[in-house]
Design a protein around this ligand. Structure first.
Ligand SMILES: *[C@@H]1O[C@H](CO)[C@@H](O)[C@H](O)[C@H]1NC(C)=O
Ligand SMILES: *[C@@H]1O[C@H](CO)[C@@H](O)[C@H](O)[C@H]1NC(C)=O
Ligand SMILES: *[C@@H]1O[C@H](CO)[C@@H](O)[C@H](O)[C@H]1NC(C)=O
Ligand SMILES: *[C@@H]1O[C@H](CO)[C@@H](O)[C@H](O)[C@H]1NC(C)=O
Length: 364
């Protein structure tokens, strides 16, 4: 027990960047991020300024203004950038921004599957029509501005870190909240996983040499699921009061993704591809919540939001007029019922950096 806390305590004691598990030794010179709201640093608000993420209280803790990040502050990709000694990664749609150290292509609401494929299954994508393939097209356009031929592009991407996701969570979110059953949604998993793998192959063909492919986190613990699928059947919940069926779906996706990554690694022995275990990173936060300073009575309540048992109501979401914000976001795991607080992301990022750094064989 004591031994398992040791890395945690080291991570909490030493500030990021100076700790021995940091990414400085990897000598990354850029980060390229694909994904959705877990990683968007400002693309959706430029596509659609009417989204609630475009104004306070989003960003209130760290930036004192909204940046398009779906949290009160920094996201996991930001902590990776800081740990690598790089500036925060600018969103692709920010005009005149510097992309010297990479580009963030993630768009909140984005899906792995293209919209027409979702539509064939009667699933609509309500937030954005920029799915993963569009983000990859953006990458292609970006490369056209920074390199002139394949050799040149490969050289430019040689020291970059790629995040392929998390992506695909929204494909399942939309399907479930539009009325599909968990069993129906499970049928989508192979296709979603294949889309993520194909996208990774595409960035490898552009010259990516180090790629993190994150899985899904324990969605059955989020206020939006706890509210939308609330039930009096106590057997539906696990020991952390998370909905088992939805966590199991995330696990199912993750196990298929890990299998596919294994194969992909075999086919690309000169590329370091690693699974990003978001699921266990978040579950670990739930398990050690008190030790980490979270309030045990607020673990399933949104910081920003109102109503019901979980401070979440889909008609009165964070960012709408008169929706209250809690006084101390650091006591909450969930920021707005869907996304996590900066503090949660920080702890998850520390753990993930600790997990993946050895895989990248970075000297310190
Ligand atoms: C989609 O909805 C239409 C009309 O309700 C129905 O006929 C069709 O079978 C559905 N398709 C799928 C894949 O669920
Ligand atoms: C995607 O959305 C944008 C803005 O809402 C719209 O202009 C564009 O036509 C859409 N594209 C497709 C393929 O639906
Ligand atoms: C590729 O582009 C680089 C930089 O512009 C140039 O030096 C090199 O000669 C080009 N190589 C080929 C094969 O065209
Ligand atoms: C749970 O039970 C209570 C009391 O019987 C009832 O009012 C409530 O609607 C039930 N909730 C759900 C989600 O079934």
């Amino acid at each position: 027990m004591a031994a398992s806390f040791l890395p945690l305590l080291l991570l909490l004691v030493f500030p990021l960047g100076s700790d021995c598990f940091g990414l400085k030794g990897c000598k990354f010179d850029a980060i390229f991020q694909f994904g959705d709201s877990l990683a968007d640093t400002g693309n959706l608000i430029r596509e659609n300024p009417a989204t609630p993420f475009s104004h306070l209280p989003y960003g209130k803790t760290f930036f004192k203004k909204a940046t398009g990040r779906c949290s009160n502050g920094l996201l996991m990709v930001d902590y990776f950038a800081l740990s690598a000694g790089l500036p925060l990664v600018n969103p692709y749609l920010k005009k005149k921004a510097s992309f010297t150290h990479g580009v963030n292509f993630a768009v909140a609401g984005s899906t792995a599957l293209p919209l027409d494929v979702l539509a064939q299954n009667n699933i609509s994508s309500p937030v954005t029509n920029t799915s993963l393939s569009k983000q990859l097209d953006w990458m292609r356009s970006h490369l056209n501005t920074i390199c002139s031929n394949k050799t040149d592009c490969t050289k430019k991407l040689k020291h970059a870190l790629f995040f392929m996701g998390e992506i695909g969570g929204n494909d399942y979110n939309y399907a479930l909240f539009e009325g599909k059953t968990v069993t129906q949604v499970k049928d989508m998993v192979p296709r979603v996983v294949q889309t993520i793998i194909d996208a990774t192959k595409r960035v490898i063909s552009y010259g990516a040499t180090r790629v993190i492919i994150p899985g899904h986190f324990s969605m059955g613990c989020l206020p939006i699921y706890l509210t939308g699928f609330q039930t009096n059947d106590s057997t539906a919940y696990d020991e952390f009061h998370c909905l088992k069926d939805f966590n199991e779906l995330a696990n199912y996706h993750n196990s298929k993704l890990k299998q596919a990554i294994k194969l992909l690694k075999k086919e690309n022995r000169n590329v370091i591809i690693t699974y990003g275990d978001y699921y266990n990173a978040l579950f670990w936060v739930f398990r050690h919540a008190s030790l980490l300073g979270f309030d045990r009575t607020l673990l399933h309540k949104s910081c920003c939001g109102m109503g019901g048992d979980y401070s979440f109501n889909v008609m009165q979401i964070c960012g709408f007029p008169r929706v209250p914000v809690c006084s101390d976001p650091d006591k909450h795991i969930s920021w707005d019922g869907i996304h996590l607080t900066q503090k949660t992301y920080q702890i998850m990022a520390h753990r993930l950096i600790h997990d993946v750094a050895p895989e990248f064989h970075c000297g310190n």
